[in-house]
Design a protein around this ligand. Structure first.
Ligand SMILES: [Zn+2]
Length: 70
């Protein structure tokens, strides 16, 4: 069975790799939003999905059908 990696943007952090905690810290008299590393993508901002080639072919076909329908 052959699989290929597909990179996708992490939906949890929107590709930033960081998430706002809602808290604020003060540094040098300025307020900064306190950020935390995104747990979903480990701060990379992208997710790697191993997809079966056959599955990918089906996905591409689905996109094609969708595009034709528009
Ligand atoms: Zn993320």
């Amino acid at each position: 069975m052959s699989e290929i990696p597909i990179k996708s943007t992490c939906s949890a952090c929107g590709g930033e790799g960081l998430l706002a905690t809602g808290k604020i810290y003060t540094l040098g008299g300025r307020e900064h939003p306190l950020l935390t590393r995104c747990q979903a993508c480990a701060g990379k901002g992208t997710l790697l999905n191993w997809v079966d080639v056959h599955q990918l072919a089906l996905m591409l076909h689905a996109i094609e059908v969708e595009a034709q329908a528009e």
